[in-house]
Design a binder for this molecule. Structure first.
Ligand code: NAD
Length: 471
């Protein structure tokens, strides 16, 4: 009897996560997903899907987040095709076993590191970049020869519907499925013994995911967020700093895990930096940002209400307008923000930027190290020794110097957090490795087997044995 397709799973209304996993695992165990040809075919199909249905994705992203085409291309549509091109270019090389030297005692022998796929992965995406954060882990899974079940974010329903419709049309249905749903479906999926789980989202759900994974000793990659500090030093080029900070903070209406969460500006340049920031915002989005075609909306009323409450955390220096019916919050700069106010206690994840004055580098280092490790840390400075000092005295998943937010777009850089901002890295070769078991294999020849040097009884040839045992 032919295997049921995903559509049959759905129409029969028999969501059966165990059945789904078993079906994909059996296919994985058949060896069908291991060859480079199969991997290349899936990646090329995924690229065709993105190209042939770019319009569907633009439209869905506009519906979910009012995302402009340019921003959709930066992080979702063209990002995907460029990441696939990168993987296709390097995959053969990444898959090659790595030779490793062996000790004299094992002569003649050689050893190799081979990269085996893990099996069937579960990918749980989130809504702020619903294409990238759902399908980029899938690229990593495919590159390493895995099968996977993808759970796109319920908070971006239009984009998730497109993924659900297209993935089974383009990719090998025996290896991949899409499951739509929220907490109930995710909970049911998490009960299964996956070979890998990649979760993107907040720390609260991440703990639920990791607890579920622990029951099956399933390895996890957790892509989380945090409060990313952005330091503006006295030596910084303030005009460029203001532009790049504004771009990084208000891209996607501030709903980026790598966006600067707050600015720590050195006292002597505070006023000038704030002035540059205000001028930049007027240049970017005009006097009425609600009318700008380039400015996004807040994903849900729940997040709108949360963010609207944060506006009271300090004095509004610029912005502050909001319109619940339109899920619009203007690009807002806050000053005089107490460190115990809500905006400085939780990840903002929206279009609000507190600017906090600092006196010196020691204060900056102490401030950062007193808080959970962020996903990104950004330093605007033309003073290399100050920059190095900050980089070497703090921790963060990634960092940017005279830049912010965009580092995940570099395919060769590992992407992911540290400590509270997550664990495990992916993108490019790091994604390939995250989904592989680096399996060490020792090949020992039988042409030589000097029994006296290796096997018991050990009281013979003691002086020779000492020569061959590594110390
Ligand atoms: P979330 O953690 O609430 O949801 C993420 C996913 O988990 C969704 O698919 C959702 O359906 C599922 N989910 C929600 N509640 C669940 C539950 N109780 N049990 C099982 N599954 C559940 O997402 P969020 O907090 O709104 O996402 C924003 C966070 O994600 C921010 O902290 C942001 O910084 C972070 N983020 C990180 C990255 C990254 O790549 N590191 C990227 C984007 C966002």
């Amino acid at each position: 009897m032919p295997e049921p397709t995903l559509t049959q799973f759905k129409t029969a209304n028999t969501f059966d996560p165990r059945g789904l996993l078993t079906r994909h695992r059996n296919y994985f165990l058949s060896g069908a997903t291991r060859s480079i040809e199969w991997r290349q075919k899936q990646l090329i199909a995924l690229r065709s899907m993105m190209r042939e249905h770019a319009e569907d994705f633009y439209e869905a992203l506009w519906t979910d987040l009012r995302r402009s085409r340019t921003e959709a291309d930066w992080v979702d549509v063209k990002y995907m095709t460029s990441e696939i091109a990168h993987v296709l270019e390097h995959l053969r090389h990444w898959m090659e076993p790595v030779p490793v030297s062996t000790p004299l005692m094992l002569t003649p022998s050689h050893a190799k590191l081979q990269f085996d796929p893990l099996g069937v992965g579960l990918i749980i995406g989130t809504w702020n970049y619903p294409v990238m954060l759902t399908l980029s882990p899938l690229i990593a899974a495919i590159s390493s020869g895995n099968a996977a079940v993808v759970k796109p974010p319920d908070l971006a329903p239009a984009t998730s519907d497109v993924i659900d419709r297209l993935v089974p049309e383009y990719l090998d249905r025996n290896a991949f499925s899409v499951v739509l749903g929220g907490q109930k479906e995710t909970t049911a999926l998490l009960e299964q013994p996956w070979d890998h789980i990649c979760f993107t989202g907040g720390t609260t759900v991440a703990k639920i995911v990791m607890t579920a994974a622990a029951k099956n000793l399933t390895p996890v990659v957790l892509e989380l967020g945090g409060k990313n500090p952005c330091i503006v030093h006295s030596s910084a080029n303030l005009r460029i700093a203001a532009r790049r900070v504004a771009f990084g903070r208000w891209f996607n209406a501030g709903q980026s895990c790598t966006a600067p969460d707050h600015v720590l500006v050195f006292k002597d340049v505070r006023d000038e930096f704030l002035k540059c920031l205000k001028e930049t915002l007027l240049e970017f989005y005009g006097e009425d940002p609600q009318k700008s075609p380039d400015y996004g909306r807040i994903v849900s009323l729940h997040h709108f209400d949360r963010l609207a409450n944060l506006l009271a955390s300090g004095t509004i220096y610029h912005g502050g307008q909001h319109d619940r019916a339109d899920r619009f919050i203007a690009p807002t700069v806050l000053v005089d923000v107490p460190l115990d106010s809500p905006a400085m206690q939780e990840e903002i994840f929206g279009p609000i930027l507190p600017v906090i004055e600092v006196d010196n580098a020691e204060q900056v280092i102490e401030f950062i190290n007193a808080r959970p490790s962020p996903l990104g840390l950004y330093i605007f400075s033309e003073d290399p020794s100050l920059t190095q000092r900050l980089l070497h005295s703090t921790a963060s998943g990634d960092a940017g110097v005279n830049e912010c937010t965009l580092q995940p777009l570099i395919h060769d850089l590992p992407f992911g957090g540290v400590g509270n901002s997550g664990m495990g890295k992916y993108h490019g070769e790091w994604g390939f490795r995250a989904y592989s078991n680096a399996r060490g294999v020792l090949y020992h020849s039988t042409k030589l087997d000097v029994a006296g040097l290796r096997y018991p009884p050990y009281n013979q040839h003691q002086h020779l044995r000492e020569l061959v045992i590594p110390s």
